[in-house]
Design a protein around this ligand. Structure first.
Ligand code: AHM
Ligand code: MG
Length: 297
């Protein structure tokens, strides 16, 4: 009788990070340790999101964040979990979070060489409906003489050394990329408690006509944006619309299926709604590295 072939060569995120580290002779292991801490924050955020309805974590916390959004209880918990992980790994000097007014400088980590920007729970307006949300992160390497100020983190996205996101959906999916490298996707195996490499070298397909934007804002759009949106609907083969309203989930689908995701600036938000440091720049790095011209290195 034929038995199902079981994969015994499982590449966990831990194994993947160790193998990456050994490829770089000059590596100190600091980046690997930082990624282990990120991994723990994703696991714990996923855990609380899954259990939210059972342990009264739905709804608002009664506070608002830097951009004036009402914070959900899970926004606060996700932020606290992320901060604790970054502090305790000892490798992060400065952290900027969507949920924090000011940059957090970890003065107890004076020799740390990394700065991290994050949106701990992006798309949190979807939380109470059980719709996918995610954590977005971008990592910069600081110069040796860095003081640990927020100005040191205000750099172009092209200077990120790594970026990615974790989507908390039917399963937790972690997408990670490093400068000049491929995009790799890991799926959380809850039984093993490990992220497993399931989507190596992700490359966004060029085909598949999906567009993804909040057309409810079209009243506020400028003419060129309206023209673009009409053009995808009036194409010979019109695009299909998919819009979840959690960028991480919309981006993950776009990475897998192809298409266009957009949140155009409009008359309500002339600079755009999405924030460059912890939303747009990390996503841009994933999508640039996930273009089909990028090869595993
Ligand atoms: P958030 O960081 O406060 O959750 O806002 C960002 C989210 C994105 O995930 C998503 O693309 C967008 O806001 C959705 O906005 P809208 O509800 O205006 O379509
Ligand atoms: Mg966000």
């Amino acid at each position: 009788m034929a038995t199902e072939k079981i994969n015994t060569e499982i590449v966990t995120l831990t194994r993947f990070l160790n193998e990456e580290q050994t490829k770089h002779k000059e590596a100190t292991g600091d980046f690997t340790l930082l990624c282990h801490a990120l991994q723990f924050s994703f696991k714990s955020i996923a855990y609380y999101i899954r259990r939210a309805s059972l342990i009264n974590l739905g709804g608002l916390a009664g506070s608002s964040n830097t951009t004036g959004d009402d914070q959900k209880k899970l926004d606060v918990i996700g932020n606290d979990l992320f901060i604790a992980a970054m502090r305790s790994c000892g490798r992060v000097k400065v952290l900027v979070s969507e949920e924090e007014e000011e940059a957090i400088v970890f003065s107890d980590n004076p020799n740390a060489r990394y700065a991290v920007a994050c949106d701990p729970i992006d798309g949190s307006s979807n939380l109470d409906a059980g719709v996918s949300v995610g954590t977005i992160f971008g990592i910069f390497k600081l110069p040796e003489d860095a003081k640990g100020t927020k100005e040191e983190l205000l750099k172009p996205g092209t200077e990120l050394v790594a970026a990615g996101f974790t989507m908390y959906g039917a399963s937790a999916q972690l997408v990670l990329t490093m400068r000049g490298g491929p995009v790799n996707g890991f799926t959380m195996d809850n039984a093993l408690g490990e992220f497993i490499l399931t989507h190596p070298n992700m490359q966004m397909p060029k085909k598949r006509a999906i567009y993804s934007c909040n057309e409810g804002n079209s009243k506020y759009w400028e003419e060129p944006v309206l023209e673009w949106c009409n053009s995808v609907k009036q194409a010979d083969k019109p695009y299909s619309l998919r819009y979840i309203g959690s960028m991480v989930a919309d981006a993950y689908r776009t990475l897998l299926y192809g298409g266009i995701f957009a949140y155009p600036a409009d008359k309500k938000s002339p600079k755009g709604k999405l924030r460059i440091l912890y939303e747009c720049a990390p996503m841009a790095m994933v999508f640039e590295n996930g273009e089909s011209t990028v090869r595993a290195c």
